[in-house]
Design a binder for this molecule. Structure first.
Ligand SMILES: Cc1ncc(COP(=O)(O)O)c(C=O)c1O
Length: 421
């Protein structure tokens, strides 16, 4: 690339699905300066749950920015941060009543691990095969979805142990079999590599995200809850991608009824303004020595105002409920296509967090997934892939999506599939 290229001064480390340059977004659509429109079924990687530039979120951010942008929480306390903590308290299980605010998913995950280690005085953390928790040193060590996230950066911080996720389709098992297998492997790990009394936390995404859009069976999560309680291990749910209505409930934990000890949130919380949160009981948070964790921007007035407005919109417009309805419609549409196109090996998901896995002769077929993704892009539909083999197309539209828009996207997908065979 030459220096005259407008992208020259942006780091080439970012991969780009497109070089489309939106100047405006509305609902599920992005528009460039020439008025070209893309249908966004990525939500900026699961962020714009309320739709692009939702008028109420935009108004709240505009009102806040004109009054106070930064009220640093160690020095003063922005009223919007207090308001947000109350709203988070309203939408999370009763046991989770205290919140630490920060900026990104990785930062919140690091915070959760720091809290778990500090509170238990134990060193080790268990994560699941295929997990994605971030790109900082600590969270890279916890991320096992693809080697690209770790290659060239190892050795990474120690004390992280990896156990299989109950990924039934990949394991070639039914859900019950996969649950039993994953539990057996976890018990083995606790006997062979990290004793329970050395284990501070088990961290799980209730729907595996970057690792392939695989919901963890409810029984698996309930068994994890019991096991953690028995051994004094803290159960941590990473709901960074599954939170804020994405799966058809405000949080995915509502499906299993399991309350984790620590809940990690980000993405959908700010509708695009960077913000994340660690939730736990007040008693657990009090185990953190004052000053043991912090940050310049966490709880700043602007991001907190965006978070508060987002939660109000999600609740008032019943967006988790819409996600459940449109998710069912999407699953039905994709399952009918699966019957027609055997290259789709599996369709699964919860709410508007749906994956279609491409396989040929039982093996992951990345080329087909990428070709279909490209075919959709040529028809102005943005879709992302995921999975260790990059052979899963993931569907994460904004939760304001309508039935007609779901049907249109499925129709475009069908046309792109028809070109690939
Ligand atoms: C489940 C999960 N955890 C953590 C992260 C990291 O969040 P961030 O990119 O905001 O650091 C992501 C991002 O994709 C995620 O999906």
């Amino acid at each position: 690339m030459t220096q005259t290229d407008p992208l020259y001064h942006l780091s080439p480390v970012w991969s780009h699905l497109t070089t489309f340059q939106p100047v405006r977004g509305e609902g599920i659509f992005l528009y460039d300066a020439n008025g070209k429109r893309l249908m966004d079924f990525t939500s900026g990687i699961g962020v714009t749950n309320t739709g692009h530039a939702h008028p109420r979120v935009a108004a709240a951010v505009q009102a806040q920015v004109a009054k106070l942008i930064h009220g640093q929480i160690n020095i003063v306390i922005a009223p919007s941060a207090i308001e947000l903590s109350h709203l988070l308290n309203d939408i999370t299980p009763p046991e989770i009543d205290c919140f630490f605010l920060s900026n990104s998913g990785a930062e919140a995950t690091e915070g959760a691990v720091k809290l778990a280690r500090h509170a238990t005085k134990r060193p080790n953390v268990i994560v699941f095969q295929g997990s994605f928790h971030g790109r900082t040193a600590q969270t890279m060590a916890m991320t096992t979805s693809k080697t690209i996230y770790r290659a060239g950066f190892q050795p990474l911080p120690g004390g992280i142990f990896v156990t299989p996720f109950p990924y039934a389709y990949r394991l070639g098992m039914d859900e019950e079999g996969a649950t039993d297998y994953a539990l057996d492997q976890l018990h083995w790990l606790l006997k062979a590599q990290t004793a329970p009394e050395e284990t501070a936390a088990i961290v799980i995404e209730p729907v595996l995200g970057e690792g392939g859009y695989v919901p963890a069976p409810d029984r698996f999560l309930r068994e994890l809850r019991d096991l953690c309680r028995e051994h004094g291990i803290l159960l941590v749910f990473d709901e960074i991608q599954t939170g804020f209505g994405r799966t058809g409930k405000m949080f995915a934990l509502e499906y299993s009824g399991v309350t984790p000890d620590i809940l990690i949130m980000a993405k959908g919380l700010g509708s695009g303004v960077p913000i994340s949160a660690v939730g736990a009981s007040r008693a657990l948070m009090e185990k953190w020595a004052i000053g043991a964790h912090g940050g310049t921007y966490g709880g700043n007035a602007l991001a907190a105002a965006a978070g508060a407005a987002t939660i109000r919109v999600l609740r008032d417009e019943k967006l988790p409920e819409n996600a459940a309805r449109q998710g069912d419609r999407l699953l039905d549409g994709l399952k009918s296509l699966q019957a027609e196109f055997p290259i789709i090996g599996d369709v699964r998901g919860r709410g508007l967090m749906v994956g279609a896995e491409f396989t040929r002769n039982g093996q992951p077929d990345k080329a087909a997934a990428k070709a279909v993704q490209q075919g959709c892009l040529e028809r102005d539909l943005l879709l992302l892939t995921c999975g260790t083999y990059d052979n899963v197309i993931r569907w994460i539209p904004p939760l304001v999506v309508t039935p007609l828009q779901i049907d249109e996207a499925v129709q475009i997908f069908a046309e792109a599939l028809g070109d690939v065979k």
